[in-house]
Design a protein around this ligand. Structure first.
Ligand SMILES: C[S@@+](CC[C@H](N)C(=O)[O-])C[C@H]1O[C@@H](n2cnc3c(N)ncnc32)[C@H](O)[C@@H]1O
Length: 215
């Protein structure tokens, strides 16, 4: 299925505890037999096959194993890659050891990560950036699924461009910014931009003219 979706050139690595899955190996599909609850096993897979563009956790569905998989495999996702963990519904199902708000639940494990994702905005010493903060650029929560984006997470910077359309009473725009904006909007600076990139400027002018006449 994944080869149909991503193309046959994609290198797939599957993990399963069921020995019969080994028979599914073929060109560009490697199967590693082992228990996802075994950290040493996961570390071996990462050492031998990682790093990965995409990791999909869809194994035992035990909350404890979801935590282990995330802890062992997150660092094996390439920058720009994603890791997703599905069937989080089991965190609410007793037959999987699930319990809303209970100890050892993956759902409880990821809730503080929402804060960690924002730790670069911290103004207090007891809330500082973690390795997760620096390597996760986004968390996406869906019904029964979470997806993490991996990348280089840098502090947000304020960057003003263009001309603000209105001024708010509590504006973050300082006098220095206003001076910069005035300078950027000056006829001289506009002319300089046109001279720097005449083709782009002509293109922009053409698009504006088309919009005006309704094309
Ligand atoms: C819901 S199926 C998904 C299989 C596969 N991801 C797919 O979509 O076809 C769950 C799979 O996880 C495997 N599994 C169950 N417990 C496991 C464990 N502790 N470690 C590794 N794999 C496990 C099962 O053998 C089964 O093949």
């Amino acid at each position: 299925m994944w080869h149909s979706y991503f193309g046959r050139g994609t290198h797939l690595v599957g993990i399963d505890i069921d020995q019969r899955c080994a028979d599914l190996a073929r060109r560009n599909i490697d199967i590693r037999i082992g228990n996802q609850g075994d950290r040493e096993f996961l570390r071996r897979v990462v050492a031998e096959d990682g790093p990965f563009d995409i990791i999909i956790e869809d194994g035992s569905h035990l909350p404890e194993h979801q935590i282990i998989a995330f802890e062992e495999l997150w660092s094996a996702v390439k920058p720009g890659g994603v890791m997703l963990i599905e069937d989080l519904c089991t965190n609410y199902w007793s037959e999987y050891g699930g319990e809303r708000g209970g100890d050892g639940m993956f759902m409880e494990y990821i809730k503080p990560l929402v804060d960690d994702l924002n730790a670069l905005n911290s103004r207090s010493d007891d809330f500082i950036a973690t390795d997760f903060t620096r390597t996760c650029t986004g968390m996406h929560l869906y019904d029964s699924m979470v997806l993490f984006d991996r990348g280089t997470h840098k502090p947000l910077t304020t960057c003003l461009s263009g001309r603000p359309v209105f001024e708010t009473g509590t504006s973050l725009i300082t006098d220095e910014h206003w001076a910069k904006i005035a300078e950027m909007s000056s006829p001289v600076r506009r002319a300089q931009r046109v001279l720097r990139s005449p083709i782009q400027s002509a293109d922009t002018a053409l698009r504006r003219a088309r919009r005006r006449v309704g094309h």
